[in-house]
Design a protein. Sequence first.
Length: 238
Amino acid sequence: MRIAIVEDNQAEMERLCSHFDRYQREYQQKFELVWFDNGLKFLEAFNHNFDVIYLDVQMPLMDGMTLATKIREIDRTIPLIFVTNYVQYAIDGYKVDASDFLLKPVNYFNFCEHFKRIEDRFKQQEDAIAVTYSEGIVKILLDELYYVESNAHIILYHVFSNGAEKVLETSDTMKNVEQKLADYNFYRCNNSFIVNLKHVAGISGNDVLIADTKLPISRPRKKAFMNALTEYMGMGDK
């Protein structure tokens, strides 16, 4: 887990880092901590490349609330945690959908209780991928991604949500997409389609049935595809 700490007071930063160090030893976790001593430096470095952000509220150049507002213009979902001397800032934190607040000086017991809540939040999040398309960047829940189609140099993501299909078009290669989805029970049935094994309704001859659509299974890929499907369904060799 990659964590940003935006804190101008080095002693407070070191205190928080010591809690992370103790926590990862006690709970067999692994953290990468990156410290920024002001908000402007953080904004220059931020590119959806952190899992959690800890923000001091009172900082020079840019205060924590202003920084949080700017972060929310870029990323609406990343957990923001305010670390502050003043409990009244909690009210303002709701405006930027803060995940939690830690009151300085942060003791280890309060830190543990807090971070267990953060871990629970991550466990509850659904698997998703970020896809860049014509209108920007969108998060696709993998449970709603039924299959991916390749048409020349265009990739089409077939997403089904609330009974309706939405097709997102982007420029990519099937090889890249296949690698991105490799750990999530997606499998390639021919050169043009990668399907979500969870949503396979059946096999009819040389076709796989998914979302009321028949997709061809190529002869060279059929054996491997069928093995992957039976293994996913729990019918493979134990």
